[in-house]
Design a protein around this ligand. Structure first.
Ligand SMILES: [Zn+2]
Ligand SMILES: [Zn+2]
Length: 275
């Protein structure tokens, strides 16, 4: 059997890639477990009419991937955008002046498998003149949903790679630019890289058991993210950790930006189902 050598080669590639020209933009190797491709993720629609067209566009854009399809389902209409096992829930609301425009959260079981995801976009900023334009809305909606598949940013220096997974800002002089409002070819290639292997089980439909202390947390600002465990040399990104013990953690990945614009992702896991 060729399984062992193939796995060794893949592991070496993942370790070596961050410093290589052809970078790996997987978010920590996290992915949905599934037994076949393409797989379909139910995406809860909790957005209002100001966001509906951007929600629809993001689902259509990501469904162009050869490995995954997104189908819209009725949302939970929960104010805090509670996660639902086996789904992504997408919400908008006035979450306050807390430094983030959009937030993506993924829950992890067994170290790598995503069990559920949530996306929030913050109308406290999007209702202001600076951010209230179609290109910025589309960019942020597309990016936060992309994180829930395990995609990381392609770039955080503010330049446009013409992908919604970069840190280009469609504001100010760039408010009319449609650059970076959709995935690019590298995103679709990265999804193939992440999802080519198949798993023996699926998290796409399962009901994961969560430790009660980790449910329904509101993680809107630095005071709620726990301990800062890592900060990039240029200060543009930080990682925070909330440790629940027994291997259960919530990590919050913060991309700080000028002008109060931060893009935040938090992830939780791994969970101990035997707890
Ligand atoms: Zn897997
Ligand atoms: Zn992001």
């Amino acid at each position: 059997m060729s399984w062992t050598p193939r796995r060794v080669i893949l592991a070496l590639l993942v370790i070596a890639s961050p410093s290589m020209a052809l970078a790996n933009h997987s978010w920590g190797g996290y992915h949905w477990a599934r037994t076949s491709n393409p797989f379909t993720l139910k995406t809860g629609d909790n957005v209002d009419s100001n966001w509906q067209s951007y929600f629809d566009a993001a689902l259509s854009d990501w469904t162009s991937s050869s490995v995954l399809n997104l189908t819209a389902v009725t949302g939970t209409s929960n104010k805090h955008c509670s996660a639902v096992a086996g789904t992504i829930q997408v919400c908008n609301g006035r979450y306050g002046n807390n430094g983030w425009l959009g937030l993506a959260s993924i829950s992890i079981t067994g170290g790598t498998h995503i069990t559920q995801g949530t996306v929030k976009v913050n109308d406290t900023y999007f209702d202001t003149a600076t951010y209230n334009n179609p290109n910025e809305r589309r960019h942020v909606m597309c990016q936060e949903i992309g994180h829930t598949f395990g995609l990381d940013h392609q770039s955080t220096d503010g330049s446009s790679q013409d992908t919604c997974m970069d840190y280009f800002s469609n504001t100010g002089a760039n408010a009319g630019s449609t650059l970076s409002t959709r995935p690019n070819a590298h995103d679709y290639d990265e999804l193939v890289t992440i999802y080519t292997h198949l798993d023996s089980s699926t998290t796409v439909k399962s009901a994961a058991v969560m430790p009660p202390a980790m449910e329904d947390l509101v993680l809107d600002g630095p005071g709620q993210w726990g301990r800062e465990i890592e900060r990039s040399e240029d200060g543009s990104t930080s990682t925070f950790e909330l440790d629940f013990g027994h291997g259960n953690k919530i990590l919050t990945f913060v991309n700080w930006a000028d002008g109060g614009q931060a893009d935040v992702e938090d992830r939780s896991g791994p969970r101990d189902p035997a707890k």
